[in-house]
Design a protein around this ligand. Structure first.
Ligand SMILES: [Zn+2]
Length: 415
């Protein structure tokens, strides 16, 4: 069998495409892998088809192009071809479609599919780049193309529960806003900042018909997100994230602890030294030693002890399945908290009260942004690989690539 016949078979090419030459470049100092270039030709005289309308059209000229393909053994392999252009009476001058690659790509479809698999398995662009012997920009382009393929194919029907969430990005205090499909466990989109405009932009990515079907949206007690949601999806219940509420209370307990610690220290007492995490941890997760040190703290006389008890009591709020009893519980708790004479606790209680409708909505909808915990872990990993994402656009692409639940592969190339 001749090399051209072998490659015709390996590539699965059928007439009128034919392999006319196979050229080998030996490895050298600057090119340690060695390369194989497979020349493919459209048989001269074979009728040409317009890619737009599918009609037979007269030839116009041809353009040289080349594509990276999967390696042959350890040899980097390329396809090169003079691709004919037709002069279609209906559509004008068009390049005919090749059998092995998408229109604007410089990689064959199977090579793109392989790179997507490698990227998914590695989760690190550096490793994927090394395994595929691609440049940084080439990896970017394959990811971008995969995501845009996926977004074109994506269905937003049946959205019911979504979440608006903020994530830090980069080294400074930059933030991005993320729209999650909570039920579908996928990220719908990412935009810079956590402003009102950011939330509006995210809502704009969901067409009105699908937006109207959304039952509830989980979010922090964050005015920008709330206002935007009321306008974009007025029927959707706003559900405040229970972990965000817990964070507010934890913050308050810690403020009380620090103030108390300073007071006691001034009197020469070390009682509260090294207890910070004790007050933040769920008592069920305390170690034996933590339990003992807690008991020796003269709970009732310490302000932080009272603050802690108030915070702990609030966790029962989340067990209610009906807004009525939940509201009754809240009123009792609120009275207690606001009469505690602990300013940080009073402030936190007032924040919760201001957001009571969104807290009560949890009884019915029971969603939090942490439902996307798997997703958050992945985003964390993407951030850890941040040197691969020099700017926001690439960060967004990476999040959608890994967390978007998208169909990324070229047609017929899904593994
Ligand atoms: Zn045409």
């Amino acid at each position: 069998m001749r090399d051209t016949e072998l490659y015709q078979m390996l590539l699965g090419l059928t007439a009128p495409w034919e392999v006319t030459a196979v050229n080998i470049t030996q490895p050298s100092a600057g090119r340690p892998l060695g390369e194989i270039a497979v020349t493919v030709q459209w048989q001269p005289g074979a009728p040409l088809v317009c890619p737009s309308c599918g009609g037979v059209a007269p030839g116009y000229d041809s353009r040289p192009r080349h594509w990276r393909h999967l390696n042959t053994m350890q040899w980097k392999t390329f396809i090169t071809a003079d691709v004919p252009r037709v002069n279609c009476p209906k559509c004008g001058v068009k390049q005919v479609r090749v059998a092995w690659a998408e229109d604007a790509s410089r990689f064959t479809e199977v090579f793109e599919a392989f790179t997507i698999q490698v990227l998914k398995a590695c989760r690190s662009k550096v490793q994927a780049q090394w395994l595929t012997a691609l440049s940084w920009d080439q990896v970017d382009r394959i990811m971008e193309r995969a995501v845009s393929r996926g977004l074109t194919r994506r269905s937003l029907d049946h959205l019911t529960y979504v979440g608006l969430d903020e994530k830090s990005f980069g080294k400074g205090h930059d933030y991005v806003s993320v729209l999650h499909d909570i039920a579908g466990k996928r990220v719908l989109d990412v935009v810079p900042e956590r402003t009102r405009e950011a939330a509006d932009m995210l809502w704009a990515t969901v067409p009105p018909a699908q937006r109207e079907a959304i039952r509830a949206c989980a979010m922090d007690m964050w005015e920008n997100y709330m206002e935007s949601t009321r306008e974009a999806a007025p029927q959707a219940a706003i559900v405040h994230d229970k972990f965000h509420a817990a964070r507010e209370l934890n913050k308050a307990v810690d403020l009380v602890r620090r103030a108390g610690h300073r007071e006691l220290k001034a009197q020469g007492e070390q009682t509260l030294t090294k207890t910070k995490y004790l007050w933040l941890k769920n008592p069920r997760n305390w170690s034996e030693r933590q339990r003992e040190s807690f008991q020796s703290l003269r709970l009732d006389t310490l302000k932080v002890g009272r603050a802690w008890a108030i915070k702990e009591a609030f966790s029962d709020f989340w067990h209610y399945h009906y807004a009525g009893p939940a509201k009754k519980f809240f009123d009792r708790w609120y009275f207690w908290a606001t009469h505690s004479r602990l300013p940080p606790i009073i402030t936190a209680a007032r924040i919760l009260k201001r957001h009571l409708p969104g807290l009560l909505a949890y009884a019915k909808h029971r969603i939090t942004n942490a439902v996307a915990e798997g997703t958050n872990g992945k985003i964390q990993l993407i951030k850890a690989n941040a040197r691969g994402y020099r700017n926001f656009v690439q960060y967004r692409i990476a999040i959608l690539f890994h967390c978007g639940g998208l169909d990324l592969y070229p047609d017929g190339c899904a593994p």
